[in-house]
Design a protein around this ligand. Structure first.
Ligand code: SF4
Ligand code: SF4
Length: 469
C-alpha cells in the first residue's frame, strides 16, 4: 500500500473466458494438438544407432555427456550448435513477430498451449463462463466439491504427463516410465518430474494470464519489432464508434458505429482484455475476439472484421476509403530473414563437415625434458585420441618440426593406433630428438593423427623443450 492509500499492485480479477468458435479458434486447436502430440510423442521415437548406443531419437544424455537428435550426435565440445539453435530461434521469433505480430504468444508459447488445454478441461467439468461464475459463487456443497476435485485431478494428471515427458527427453523413455511407477527411478528423476508437474499445474491452472502480464519479459520488448505493417489484432474504431446497443440506434436518430457494445469480445478473451481500448500488453494476439465479433457481425448483418487481424496501415487505408495495402517485404523483415538464412546455412555447413576425430596433447610439466645417455633430448606427453565414430578406429601418428624427431608410443604402434568406437584412447607418448638437433628452449612441432579408414586428419600444434644453452 502506498502513501495516500493507493495500491502498488492491481487486485487480481479472475478471468472466465467464454467458449467461442471461428477461424482463429480452429487454428488454435490445430496448433495445440500438433504441438502437444510432438511434445508427448517425440521421446518415444526410436532411432537405431547400433549396439552400445541409445536408440532414442531425441535424447539429452547428461550421464553420457552427449545429445542425440535423430542422426546428429552432439558431443560436449560441440555445444556451440546449441548456441546456434538458440540464435536461430531468436531470429525466427523476431522475424515472425515483425511480420505477424504476437503469433508466438497467441498460438505456440507453451504457457498459451497448456493454459488453453487446462481451460478446456475446466469447461468440460464446470461448464462455460456463466456456469463457472455461478459455481464459484455458490457455497461449498458435495456437487461443487466433486466438480472442483475432478477438475484439479485432471489438471494434475496432465501436469504429471507433462513433467514426465520432459524428464523423458533426458532418459530412455520406456525405462524411465517403468522405473518411475515401480519406485526404481532415481531420486533426481522424482524431484524433476515433481518440479515440472508442479510448475505446469501452477502456471497453466492458476497463474494463467498473470504469467503473460507480469512474469514474461517477451511482451515488454516485442513492441520494438512492430511497425504499421505488422499484422495485429485491432479494433477498427473508425467503423465501430460511437458504439451502442442496436435498440438505442433504432430508437434514437443518432449516428452509430457497428459496435453494438455486446461485450462478447471481452468475455471470450483469455486475458480479460477489452481490445476496443487499443493495443495492450496483456493482449496475446490470439484472435478469439475476432471470432467473437465476427459471429456478432454476422448475426446483425454488418460487414465482418470490425475487430480484425490486419496491419495498421491497411486499416488506415480502409478508414480513408482506399484499397488496403500490406507490405510484408520491409527492411526489418529482410534483415531478420537474411540473419536466419546466414545462421541456418552456417550451421548446416559446419554440421556436414564437422570433425569426427579430435586430438589433445598434454606435455609433461616436470621434468620438461630428459637428457639421454647419448646426448639426445626426450619430452613426454599424454596423447588423447577421441574417436567420435560408432565403429572402431585405427589411426596413424606423425610428428614433424625437428630434424630426426622420433616417436615412441608406449604400448601401441604409432602407425596403427586402435581406439574403440565412441571412445577416447589415452596414450603415453615420448618424442626423442638426436643430440644437437633441438634448439635451446622450446621449439614448435606439429602432431598429425590420421584415421586410416576414412583419411580424416587432426593436426595439433605443440612444443618440444630442450635445455637452455
Ligand atoms: S484481446 Fe483478443 S487477441 Fe487479445 S488476447 Fe484478448 S481475445 Fe486474444
Ligand atoms: S464483440 Fe464486436 S460488437 Fe460486440 S462489443 Fe466487441 S467489438 Fe463490439
Amino acid at each position: 500500500m502506498l502513501a495516500g492509500g493507493s495500491k502498488l499492485y492491481a487486485d487480481h480479477v479472475k478471468v472466465y473466458p467464454q467458449r467461442i468458435w471461428g477461424k482463429f479458434r480452429s487454428i488454435k486447436w490445430a496448433i495445440l494438438a500438433m504441438l502437444l502430440l510432438i511434445y508427448y510423442l517425440v521421446p518415444w521415437i526410436r532411432w537405431d544407432r547400433g549396439p552400445d548406443a541409445p536408440d532414442q531419437a531425441v535424447l539429452i544424455d547428461m550421464a553420457g555427456r552427449r545429445a542425440y537428435f535423430f542422426w546428429i550426435e552432439i558431443w560436449p565440445q560441440e555445444v556451440y550448435y546449441l548456441a546456434g539453435l538458440l540464435i536461430l530461434g531468436a531470429f525466427g521469433l523476431f522475424f515472425a513477430t515483425s511480420l505477424l505480430g504476437r503469433v508466438w504468444c497467441g498460438f505456440t508459447c507453451p504457457q498459451t498451449v497448456w493454459t488453453d488445454l487446462f481451460m478446456q478441461v475446466e469447461r468440460w467439468v464446470e461448464g462455460d463462463r456463466n456456469a463457472r461464475i455461478k459455481l464459484d459463487g455458490e457455497p461449498v456443497s458435495l456437487g461443487k466439491s466433486v466438480r472442483k476435485l475432478t477438475k484439479h485431478g485432471i489438471w494434475l494428471l496432465i501436469a504429471l504427463a507433462t513433467g514426465g515427458a520432459w524428464a523423458m527427453y533426458f532418459d530412455d523413455a520406456p525405462t524411465l516410465l517403468r522405473n518411475f511407477f515401480t519406485g526404481q527411478a532415481g531420486e533426481l528423476q522424482y524431484v524433476f518430474v515433481g518440479l515440472f508437474t508442479a510448475t505446469t499445474y501452477i502456471l497453466a491452472g492458476w497463474a494463467r494470464e498473470q504469467v503473460c502480464i507480469y512474469m514474461c519479459p517477451w511482451p515488454r520488448f516485442q513492441a520494438a519489432m512492430f511497425d504499421e505493417h505488422t499484422m495485429l489484432v485491432t479494433y477498427e474504431e473508425w467503423r465501430g464508434e460511437p458504439r451502442g446497443p442496436l435498440k438505442r440506434a433504432a430508437a434514437e436518430d443518432k449516428p452509430q458505429g457497428d459496435c453494438i457494445d455486446c461485450g462478447l469480445c471481452v468475455r471470450v478473451c483469455p486475458t480479460g482484455v477489452d481490445i476496443r481500448q487499443g493495443q495492450q500488453l496483456a493482449c496475446i494476439g490470439c484472435g478469439l475476439c475476432v471470432d467473437a465479433c465476427n459471429s456478432v457481425m454476422a448475426k446483425i448483418n454488418r460487414p465482418l472484421e470490425l475487430i480484425t487481424y490486419d496491419a495498421l496501415s491497411a486499416q488506415a487505408d480502409r478508414a480513408a476509403g482506399r484499397p488496403p495495402k500490406r507490405r510484408f517485404i520491409r527492411p526489418r523483415t529482410v534483415v531478420y530473414f537474411v540473419m536466419i538464412l546466414a545462421v541456418g546455412i552456417g550451421m548446416l555447413a559446419t554440421l556436414s563437415q564437422r570433425a569426427r576425430l579430435d586430438v589433445s596433447l598434454l606435455a609433461d610439466r616436470a621434468p620438461l625434458f630428459v637428457r639421454l645417455k647419448d646426448g639426445g633430448i626426450q619430452n613426454g606427453y599424454t596423447l588423447k585420441i577421441l574417436n567420435m565414430l560408432r565403429e572402431p578406429g585405427t589411426f596413424s601418428l606423425e610428428v614433424e618440426g625437428l630434424p630426426g624427431i622420433e616417436t615412441r608410443l608406449i604400448g601401441a604402434d604409432s602407425s596403427r593406433i586402435a581406439v574403440a568406437p565412441d571412445d577416447v584412447g589415452t596414450f603415453r607418448l615420448l618424442l626423442l630428438v638426436p643430440k644437437g638437433a633441438a634448439p635451446s628452449g622450446s621449439s614448435p612441432i606439429t602432431v598429425r593423427v590420421t584415421n586410416l579408414a576414412n583419411g580424416e586428419v587432426s593436426i595439433h600444434d605443440a612444443t618440444f623443450n630442450a635445455p637452455q644453452q
